[in-house]
Design a protein around this ligand. Structure first.
Ligand code: FE2
Ligand code: FE2
Length: 361
């Protein structure tokens, strides 16, 4: 960066040209200066890119006064972080209090002392630099933490796959369909993203199912089936109680992805809206993808047949409103299937654990 570009920019706002001349004399050599003779012009100049690094603001001006200018600057997210120093003849305590209450970093009374103006401007620019640096450090560290946390969560999902018949691609497709259905349902992007990151762990509880049941080639007897159903509760136990959204949602999905809208699911037999939304969404995404996937115990279903089953289960297995959204967004769901198509050989046969899979495949 050349020296000129590196020079900080100060916006001076004052309706009296003599005052501006004085400030130009004090600061003009060291800084780039923008000048506004009234409040409206000040707001306009504050939005010119790159924004000024600091604003020296007179209070008593015809039209919009300095307090109002400051109020508007602080109310605009794009401008609110620019430090404002009031520079005014209004020297009463209440005037100063008002200035600070509006968010100014400093208050200098006229007539000004050049060394004081210079020193205060320098100090506040340095403080602002420091603040920006710390904020960017915090942002960077927070992003790193978030990334690490998501990686750990995803690796947990991978751990579950080692004991499961489900391929990594099933997890990818299923979690993307969860995100899509969440968005279609009206969730904000960040909440739909939580679903994307949480749903891969829906079957983490299978880690806790004995191999002789999980790997049994034939049908499970009643007792074994009961043990198998426990993967929901075990999943919730493994994931534990947390305040972090992805883990909280992951726990809910693990616990409730086999509940059914009509109350005939497991582990608790919850019905309707008592089933958390994340669980209702995961149920559709999981079953649909299981149907169209090749599994060691079944061929993939054609998409039409799988869609018919989902449609037919509206109000029985699945939330009817979510089924309607599923049908509305079928083209996007199909794109997800193509994008994350299975590319690797399936592992040896494992048990199905979804009611629909079990009864229909
Ligand atoms: Fe499951
Ligand atoms: Fe699954």
């Amino acid at each position: 960066m050349d020296q000129e570009a590196a020079r900080k920019c100060i916006l001076i706002v004052d309706d009296t040209p003599e005052n501006i001349d004085v400030l130009l004399g004090i600061l003009g050599e060291q800084y780039k200066i923008r000048i506004a003779l009234n409040g409206e012009k000040a707001l306009a100049l504050a939005t010119v890119e790159p924004p000024p690094d600091l604003i020296l603001l007179d209070i008593m001006m015809p039209g919009m006064n300095g307090y109002e200018v400051c109020r508007r600057l602080k109310g605009d997210v794009a401008l609110s972080s620019i430090p404002v120093i009031f520079l005014t003849a209004k020297g009463k305590d209440e005037d100063e209090a008002m200035g600070f209450a509006l968010g100014a970093v400093d208050y200098i009374t006229k007539p000004v002392s050049p060394p004081v103006v210079k020193a205060r401007v320098e100090t506040h620019l340095a403080l602002d630099d420091q603040k920006c640096h710390l904020e960017s450090l915090v942002r960077e560290r927070t992003a790193q933490l978030k990334k690490t946390r998501l990686q750990i969560i995803r690796r947990l999902g991978v751990a579950a796959e080692f004991k499961d018949n489900e391929t990594g691609m099933h997890i990818m497709r299923m979690s993307h369909v969860c995100q899509l259905l969440g968005k279609a349902h009206g969730l904000r992007d960040e909440h739909a993203e939580v679903l994307l990151n949480a749903s891969p762990m829906h079957d983490i509880g299978k880690i806790g199912i004995p191999d002789d049941i999980l790997l049994k080639p034939g049908r499970l007897d009643t007792e074994e089936w009961h043990v198998m159903q426990k993967h929901t509760i075990k999943g919730a136990l493994i994931l534990g109680q947390h305040s972090s959204e992805p883990l909280k949602t992951a726990r809910l999905v693990a616990l409730t992805h086999h509940e059914k809208w009509n109350g005939e699911g497991y582990p608790e037999g919850l019905a309707g809206d008592d089933i958390p939304l994340a669980g209702r969404i995961a149920a559709i995404a999981d079953v649909y993808d299981a149907l169209i996937s090749k599994r060691p115990y079944k061929d993939p279903w054609p998409q039409d047949k799988a869609v018919d089953l989902i449609r037919g289960e509206a109000g029985k297995h699945f939330d009817p409103d979510l089924v309607a959204l599923f049908l509305k967004h079928l083209p996007e769901i199909e794109r997800i299937s193509v994008r994350y198509a299975d590319g690797e050989e399936l592992r040896p046969g494992r048990q199905a654990e979804s009611g629909v899979n079990e009864e229909t495949t």
